[in-house]
Write a protein that binds this ligand. Structure first.
Ligand SMILES: [Ca+2]
Length: 209
C-alpha cells in the first residue's frame, strides 16, 4: 500500500469514528407534540386514562385535544413528559389562555428539569402582567426572576426556555426576557402547568442541546 493511500485510509477511519461518536451522542429523541395526529377528546387524565401516544403523564386533572391543539379547562392542571432525560434543554410551546384566572400567579407555565412535584423549575406568563421563573426545591418555592410581560387572553404566545448548565434563559415570541444562573437541578422532565384558566397548547417541543 502506498504511503499516500495509507494516509487517506487513516483519515477516513478517523472521520468514521467521529461520525459514529456523533451519531451515538444524538441518539436522544427530541420530544414533539403538535396534536395534529390526535382526534378531538381526552388525551389523558389523573383518574386512570393514559395517553395512547405515551407522551404525556397528566399528574393533575385532565388534558384534551381539540382542533389539533392541546386543551385544558381544569382548575389545577399539571402534565409532564414520561421522558425524563432532558438536561441541557431547549423547550418551547405556543400557548394561549381564554380567561385571566384568579390569583396573580395564575397563568400559562412550563416545567423543566422537573424531578418530581416538589423539585423542579417552572416559568410562566401570569395574570398580573408579569413573567416569572421559579425554583421549587424540597417543596419550597424561590422566585429566581420576575419581570413585566403583559399578555392578553385569546392570543397565542410562543414561550421558550433554554437551560444550558447553570444558565437559564426565557424567551417570549423570540425575545429574551429572563437570563439567570441556577444549578440546583441539572436534568428532568418537561411539562405544562395552568391554574384557574382555560388554556390551549400547540407545537410543544423539547430537545437536548
Ligand atoms: Ca397543532
Amino acid at each position: 500500500m502506498k504511503k499516500r493511500t495509507r494516509w487517506f485510509l487513516s483519515i477516513m477511519a478517523i472521520c468514521l469514528l467521529t461520525l459514529g461518536g456523533t451519531l451515538s451522542a444524538s441518539a436522544f429523541t427530541p420530544f414533539y407534540d403538535d396534536f395534529n395526529d390526535r382526534p378531538d377528546g381526552l388525551i389523558a387524565d389523573n383518574y386512570g386514562i393514559n395517553d395512547p401516544l405515551g407522551k404525556w403523564d397528566v399528574t393533575s386533572q385532565r388534558f384534551y385535544s381539540i382542533n389539533h391543539q392541546g386543551y385544558t379547562n381544569s382548575p389545577v392542571f399539571r402534565a409532564v413528559t414520561y421522558q425524563s432525560d432532558f438536561n441541557d434543554v431547549d423547550v418551547s410551546s405556543d400557548m394561549m389562555r381564554t380567561n385571566t384566572g384568579i390569583e396573580d400567579y395564575d397563568g400559562l407555565q412550563l416545567f423543566f428539569r422537573y424531578k418530581d412535584a416538589n423539585n423542579l423549575y417552572v416559568a410562566g406568563l401570569r395574570k398580573d402582567g408579569q413573567l416569572h421563573l421559579k425554583r421549587k426545591y424540597r417543596k419550597k418555592y424561590t422566585t429566581l426572576a420576575l419581570v413585566p410581560y403583559v399578555t392578553v387572553p385569546g392570543v397565542f404566545y410562543n414561550f421558550r426556555i433554554v437551560a444550558v448548565g447553570g444558565s437559564i434563559k426565557v424567551y417570549v415570541n423570540g425575545v429574551e426576557q429572563i437570563a439567570v444562573r441556577d444549578s440546583t437541578f441539572t436534568i428532568g422532565k418537561v411539562g405544562m402547568r395552568t391554574d384557574n384558566i382555560e388554556a390551549y397548547f400547540d407545537n410543544f417541543q423539547a430537545l437536548n442541546i
